[in-house]
Design a protein around this ligand. Structure first.
Ligand SMILES: [Zn+2]
Length: 301
């Protein structure tokens, strides 16, 4: 049986995993295709993170809603199987001991044509987006997810709709905003405002993810820390956000300047000193980074 995430957070800072999406890309797999074509390889990535020190694992349920699976591969009939397989792979990697989070992503940013649903001026789009998430949430829970992670949302209005769906369940919910050095969401909310609104609407953990390296992300997480009392998460990328990051492509970041494992270890020490509660990494943070972070936290120095 998995440990209880909220109890772990109450006891000490918790180390999550690194960037599953890019790690799978770098090993030669498309995401989420890997779930349906090579679940053993997926499980191995989770196992490598867990062996390196990840206490919590995040299932690779990225773009696994019905609309996304249809738009990407014509897999609309495989929604149950794909989401269940992703949770099971993460669970199996730790022999069931590490809590596993099921990720839910935006139906707007990053979606394939045909799977873009959320449209702020159109109220009907909210119900359609919720139907997609709620179908997925039901499967994630049935498959054994221990908590839910609305992740890398760039808009506060959209993530609030997703959080509402998560809160229809009794699982803890960790909301991770895609806010970095630009300091606001696409709909103009600051990190502090996101933390305040999301905590008031039932988020159990709030935080930031992906949009910068540790130096770019830590100040944003600290703005959240100063605003609310609930646990705060921070999962930076392993490379700095630059003006041409989108152009170059995340997959190519392996060949660009990157944060060495020691840089992520420094981040872990700072995060603990500043009172953050859940840390890990996003894109380009691999098992070597997680191992360095685990060693830094173990040293208590
Ligand atoms: Zn990322």
């Amino acid at each position: 049986m998995a440990k209880d995430l909220m109890q772990m957070l109450a006891a000490d800072i918790v180390l999550g995993d690194g960037g599953m999406f890019l790690e799978a890309n770098w090993r030669g797999y498309d995401v989420p295709e890997i779930i349906g074509t090579n679940p053993q390889a997926l499980q191995q990535i989770h196992r490598d993170f867990h062996n390196a020190g990840s206490q919590v694992l995040q299932a690779l349920t990225w773009f696994t809603s019905s609309a996304e699976l249809e738009a990407r591969y014509g897999w609309q009939d495989r929604v149950e199987e794909i989401n269940r397989t992703a949770i099971e792979a993460a669970k199996a990697a730790s022999g069931g001991s590490a809590p596993v989070g099921g990720c839910l992503v935006s139906t707007k940013t990053g979606s394939r044509a045909g799977a873009e649903i959320f449209d702020p001026p159109n109220p009907a789009s909210r119900a359609r987006a919720q139907a997609e998430w709620e179908e997925q949430i039901a499967i994630l829970i049935q498959s054994g997810a221990d908590f839910l992670i609305p992740e890398t949302f760039f808009r506060l209005d959209e993530v609030r709709v997703c959080l509402e769906s998560c809160k229809k369940t009794n699982l803890p919910t960790m909301v991770l905003m895609g806010i970095g050095s630009e300091k606001t969401t696409e709909d103009g909310a600051t990190a502090a405002e996101c933390a305040r609104v999301l905590a008031a609407e039932g988020a159990d953990i709030v935080g930031t993810v992906c949009i910068g390296d540790p130096e770019q992300m830590l100040p944003t997480a600290l703005d959240m820390r100063a605003e609310v009392d609930i646990p705060i998460a921070c999962q930076p990328k392993g490379f700095p956000q630059r003006p041409d990051t989108e152009e170059v492509g995340y997959a190519a970041s392996r060949f660009m300047e990157s944060v060495p494992p020691g840089g992520m270890a420094d981040f872990a020490r700072k995060a603990r000193a500043e009172g953050l509660n859940y840390i890990g990494g996003c894109c380009a943070t691999g098992p070597a980074h997680i191992r360095a972070m685990a060693q830094a936290l173990a040293s208590k120095g």
